[in-house]
Design a protein around this ligand. Structure first.
Ligand code: AMP
Ligand code: ZN
Length: 476
């Protein structure tokens, strides 16, 4: 498999450290608020990588942290702790909001068919590991104490900026406009490993340490949690593109200084989901969550489908119009699958040939949009329905779009008498409401309204069929 590596900036043949086994680390959520659908784009694409590696026969062990301490409002060691900010907003304790939003995050993941990693570890449960690694970094002279905090000394490295060709003068952590420079740092790029002195006296969670009572910096948690569960050699580390600097750059600095050798071979970064007005955020504009999508009548699978239609290394623009298009396309696809008969024998040769197209797409740096095209190739192929159904079930081990499940649901709904069906699928429920409204309009001889409803349904890909028994419909 060819997989783009942010370290080499090329697509390289993926070779794990140990044959047949893959260790994979994912930066988890900062649990101070709901995840927005931008965050979830990253987790969906990482899920595809995880599932495709398993599909390709690797034994994958995946670890994710939960950031419940240390992530400041600026990634550059300044600002308030995001968790504390969340706790104040909701008048709860930090641990209460950590629990609440961790649970909500995994509920969102479940709705989007995102697998839960084997290990999920909150930062607050690894304080001893952080202290051990920081002590070793001080001993090795890679870290120093200044003004009560412990800093990583980036001048001790041959190359600090692993992903970018930054010059220190061009990009200085902590001295962005409007941010006060930290006078304790020996070099502008140095970063905090442990805080004992922060501007925020009300930091709720603090622990005893050899340097006084304090709390860890954000970056150290991912290095330590990864090494704790996955050892000294990590195959793949992933996260959203904003994590490449400073977070992942700092992770590499401290992990390799601690280990004395190269730590992680592959760095996979997912580009952002943006809105028409720019970067998606939790504080400005409409806060886009999975619950909001379902409230507005979109099956979470429509959002997964929308994400898979574009490549993870391209930024993606969210708009309600784009979601409507994805919904129509997804519903049409499900309707076509629902029309496949459950009969016949799988034709092994046709199966292998069509599967090869799917594998080729994902082997090429996880080209999910071509993998989706491979579904349509199956539907168009000159082979029997049993082979087509078997292929769709096989592809859905990776894509997880509930293809056959939703097709079966659609068939069951079509068979059930109209009055008794109250579909869980918001789109189907909406269609049924429209059919009822049209029936009433006709009764009242309001034919203009009846025609308007028919036209609106047609625009959404739904064709009404009037029969003696009543009105049925066809999607696609
Ligand atoms: P956070 O909860 O802020 O720590 O972020 C969780 C994950 O979402 C990280 O991997 C981020 O890099 C990623 N992320 C943040 N914003 C976006 C976005 N707009 N689109 C895609 N991924 C994002
Ligand atoms: Zn991380």
């Amino acid at each position: 498999m060819q997989l783009y590596n942010s370290l080499t900036k090329t697509k390289d043949e993926f070779v794990p450290h140990e044959p047949g086994k893959v260790s994979m680390y994912t930066c988890g959520p900062t649990v101070y608020h709901f995840a927005h659908i931008g965050n979830l784009r990253t987790y969906i694409m990482e899920d595809i990588l995880d599932r495709y590696l398993r599909y390709a026969g690797y034994e994958v062990t995946r670890v994710m942290n939960i950031t419940d301490v240390g992530h400041l409002t600026s990634d550059a060691d300044t600002g308030e702790d995001k968790m504390l900010k969340g706790a104040k907003r909701e008048k709860k304790t930090v641990m209460e909001i950590a629990k609440f939003y961790t649970d909500k995050f995994f509920e969102d993941c479940k709705m989007l068919n995102i697998r839960r990693p084997e290990v999920v570890e909150p930062a607050t449960s690894c304080i001893d590991e952080f202290i051990k690694v920081i002590e070793s970094l001080i001993e090795k002279d890679f870290a120093y104490e200044a003004g009560g905090n412990i800093y990583f000394d980036t001048s001790k490295l041959d190359q600090y900026y692993k992903f970018h060709n930054f010059e220190e003068e061009d990009l200085a952590v902590g001295v962005r406009e409007g941010v006060e420079a930290d006078g304790n740092k020996r070099n502008k790029a140095d970063f905090v490993l442990w805080f004992t002195k922060s501007k925020f006296d009300d930091q709720e969670l603090k622990w005893d340490s050899p340097w006084g009572i304090g709390y860890p910096g954000w970056h150290i948690e991912c290095s330590c949690i990864s090494m704790k569960h996955l050892g000294e050699h990590l195959d793949i580390h992933c996260g959203g593109i904003d994590n490449a600097f400073p977070h992942h750059t700092n992770e590499i600095a401290q992990s390799e200084a601690y280990l004395g050798h190269k730590w992680c071979n592959w760095w996979v970064h997912v580009l952002h989901l943006n809105t028409n007005s720019g970067k998606m955020s939790k504080s400005k504009g409409e806060f886009l969550t999975v619950s909001l999508l379902t409230e507005k009548g979109y099956d979470p699978m429509v959002y997964r489908f929308f994400c898979l239609q574009s490549h993870y290394r391209k930024s993606l623009v969210f708009s309600w119009e784009n979601m409507d298009n994805a919904k129509v396309a997804y519903n049409k696809l499900i309707a076509r699958i629902a029309a496949l008969k459950e009969e016949g024998e799988v034709d092994a040769a046709a199966f292998e040939e069509l599967k090869a197209g799917f594998v080729k797409a994902l082997d090429n740096d996880l080209n999910t949009s071509l993998a989706v095209t491979a579904i349509y190739d199956v539907l168009k192929a000159k082979t029997n329905d049993a082979t087509k159904r078997a292929l769709l079930a096989d592809f859905d081990r990776v894509l997880c779009l509930n293809l056959l499940e939703n097709a079966a649901k659609l068939n069951a709904e079509k068979e059930a008498p109209a009055e008794t069906v109250k579909s869980d699928d918001p789109f189907v429920a909406w269609i049924e409401e429209q059919i009822e409204a049209r029936k009433n309009a006709k009764k009242e001889k309001n034919y203009a309204e009846a025609d308007r409803i028919r036209a609106e349904l047609l625009e959404k890909g739904v064709t009404l069929i009037d029969t003696k028994e009543g009105t049925t419909y066809q999607i696609g």
